[in-house]
Write a protein that binds this ligand. Sequence first.
Ligand SMILES: [Zn+2]
Length: 342
Amino acid sequence: MNDIPSPVCGIFGHPGPLWKKDLRLSDLGINALFVDSPSLDGETIERARDEGCLVFAEFATLNGLYDDYVAEHPEAHPIGADGQPAAPATWFMGACPTDPGFRASRMKALRSLLETYDVDGVWMDYLHWHAQFEDPYPQLVKTCFNDSCLAAFTSWSDVDIEGETTAQKADWILHHAPRQWEDWRVSVLVDWAREIRETVKQVRPRALVGNYQAAWKEEDFWGARRRCLGLDFDALAPYVDVFSPMLYHGHSGMSPEYLKEYVEYFCERHLIRTEAGRLPRLWPIVQAQATPPVSADELARVLEYGLGADSSGVMIFTSASVADDPEKAEVVRNIYTGVARG
Ligand SMILES: [Zn+2]
């Protein structure tokens, strides 16, 4: 891997739409490209490197829609507290994180990605229990109570679950051992991150491991980030080089100014001062995508806020949204080439 630029001026999405408009990544000041792994190919990596970019692959971890996995393997469908398969979220379907077949299939896909492409890093995506946090009205569900999760929880906690049916067992857990249940759910995700990091470093020792994540504070929605999504950033930190909170202000119904507040909060709460700078690194992902509409002026503000406090980079969602709007492309050029000079 080449040296990490400071700051990282990133964009998410295959750069094809920008190239079709004859926009070179380096002309826009972009120095890091983040591409969903199915869209990666050798030619894209080579051209992006020629244009001065590091290339990172997004990797879907607990996404049950991937390869239609959950549809084809119903045993990996998360089970709710009522003992029934959990309903899909708006455009997302999680998977049971303790289903051995699902885990083996994702780890195999990760190894194959790393062996095929010389990427500068892998960004874990969908590392959370089944839920939807990217909408203004988040969908929070209590999962997963299938046999493999109940067995794993019992062995981790030494708790004797009472009840006959799945629904009775879930009810007992939620009333008698909720803290242990939540801590165990965190530990399951941490173990996914541990194995993903181990695999990445084994195949590409210099590659970074990043994580796309819900941009919720500890206390938001009564602690739902840890209690429901299972995300504990301090517990994940040993396995994550770069945290990328998904600060999609438009999708989430937040003002652009919320980014400033959140970036300052995250730096204060989770980054530690070291000789190598503040670690882990923080590179938020900000919204340019026009659903709902995001103006060029808003994009300028969220980019500046995303680079605020001790953040050492930022990335834009998505390349197509910038390619489709000359005003946004101009904003990106001004800010990215400006910070590179500064
Ligand atoms: Zn499960």
